[in-house]
Ligand binder design. Structure first.
Ligand SMILES: NC(=O)c1ccc[n+]([C@@H]2O[C@H](COP(=O)([O-])OP(=O)(O)OC[C@H]3O[C@@H](n4cnc5c(N)ncnc54)[C@H](O)[C@@H]3O)[C@@H](O)[C@H]2O)c1
Length: 415
């Protein structure tokens, strides 16, 4: 089997907790040659634990064997590393979001064309089990024609929260430019919405950086009591209009308490989606006749249908009983693979895209469009006007359903 050689730049949190393991141990198509980080000890740790070479950034960029640079640096370094890699003729797979600023993302798209390389970007969780199953159920018409989508995720990112690192050197990207909550968690929701409905036509929004001046309130923090500045939007409440006519809300905040919901409504039902940061959530549908046919399960009984009294003409004493089927909510089986530990599935898909000469499902078109959506919402917050999108992206090709074992799941990418 042909394997694609990759070099990893950025050996911080996500590399250590997720990527390196899946790249080395899970996806056969990925061949990790080496890893680099500006903090040398982090690359050394990867070399010691995964048998890859510790390299410098320059060594990775200049290694003729390496086809793809996997950019796992924090968002503020994405532009620098992805740009340098493309200028060295490397394909790039970059963690979310592709660049903090729309202008930088535009330049990366230009470099992709100029150097005739592929650029793919995370989030790749829309390739996961529930995300792909939701797409299939929708495309099969389970809830009729989709009408609206509602995404809401809120979580308090505060210095006193467990998320806030107590080491002063640590760079906590969700509170920095381009790393804020709309970029950090928002990307997952936008990519799944694009997977389900395609491009967005126009956006409008309220909110922004609600509380830029903060105080270190964690007594354990070395800078306890000092003030610091947050320079990224923290709360956005937006409306989206998709090209296909679906209307959406997108409510994302790191200023308010924990909440999460993601729902699609259609002409014949509503589907409750999971958290698109995860791939193993549950899916359910509410619609008439959603429950199994009880007549088949329990012959002679019909608990699935009921009767309702209906006013009959002028005299209320004439009641007409009509049969009706009340809406029911049932959990839907997941039809696809990639339901656990699959960060990097987008990279594996990109490797197969190179081998099979097809488009990668995480093509940067989607990451670019998502960045413009966040950019457009921010602009609308400031101008009070509707922002008309200038970019488009097609829906990525769906993955074939698979009821195979864990090892069989990768086969569905080889298409
Ligand atoms: N942490 C998570 O839970 C998580 C989850 C999903 C995705 N991500 C994404 O993964 C990316 C990295 O996040 P993280 O949490 O691992 O961040 P991190 O800060 O823990 O790690 C980033 C690493 O990149 C290195 N780096 C930065 N600039 C560099 C440069 N120019 N050259 C070489 N090395 C450089 C840093 O030294 C650091 O080790 C982000 O884009 C983030 O959105 C993170």
């Amino acid at each position: 089997m042909k394997r694609v050689k990759v070099g990893v730049i950025g050996c911080g949190g996500i590399c250590k907790s997720a990527y390196m393991d899946t790249m080395v141990n899970r996806f056969a198509v990925i061949d990790v040659v080496g890893a680099a980080d500006k903090i040398d000890a982090r690359a050394q740790w990867m070399a010691d634990h995964y048998g890859v070479r510790k390299m410098t950034v320059d060594e990775i960029l200049n290694d003729p064997e390496i086809e793809i640079v996997v950019n796992l640096t924090y968002p503020e370094s994405h532009f620098e590393i992805s740009g340098a890699a493309m200028k060295h003729g490397k394909h790039v797979y970059c963690e979310k979001m592709m660049a903090p600023a729309f202008e930088e993302a535009t330049e990366l798209m230009r470099l992709m064309k100029e150097y005739n390389v592929l650029h793919a970007t995370a989030p790749d969780t829309f390739l996961g089990a529930w995300e792909q199953s939701a797409r299939k159920y929708l495309d099969d018409g389970l809830i009729g024609a989709p009408v609206t989508v509602h995404a809401q995720v809120t979580m308090r990112y505060q210095p006193e929260s467990p998320f806030f690192d107590t080491k002063p050197k640590h760079f906590f990207f969700p509170l920095h430019c381009g790393g804020g909550f709309p970029f950090d968690l928002g990307g997952y929701y936008l990519h799944e919405m694009i997977n389900l409905f395609g491009s967005v036509k126009r956006v409008t929004g309220f909110g922004g950086n609600l509380n830029p001046r903060r105080v270190f309130t964690n007594p354990q923090h070395p800078r306890y009591g000092e003030t610091f500045t947050v320079d990224t939007p923290t709360t956005l409440l937006a409306a989206l209009e998709f090209e296909n006519g679906v209307l959406g809300t997108f409510h994302i905040s790191s200023d308010s308490y924990l909440s999460q919901s993601f729902v699609v409504t259609g002409t014949d039902g509503a589907m409750k989606l999971g958290d698109p940061n995860m791939t193993n959530a549950r899916l359910s549908v509410t619609r008439a006749g959603a429950a199994p046919d009880m007549e088949t399960l329990m012959p002679g009984m019909q608990p699935g249908s009921g009767s309702v009294a209906k006013a009959g003409g002028e005299d209320d004493d004439v009641q007409q009983l009509v049969e009706f089927t009340p809406p029911q909510t049932v959990e839907l089986p997941l039809l696809h693979g990639f339901y656990s530990a699959c960060r990097g599935v987008g990279l594996a898909d990109m490797c197969y895209a190179l081998i099979n000469k097809r488009r990668p499902r995480c093509h940067a078109d989607i990451g670019y469009h998502s960045i413009e959506i966040i950019h457009g919402i921010q602009e609308s917050c400031q101008t009070g006007k509707i922002y008309e999108m200038t970019t488009t992206c097609g829906r990525p090709a769906p993955i074939a359903p698979s009821a195979y074992s864990a090892t069989g799941q990768e086969r569905t990418l080889d298409d």
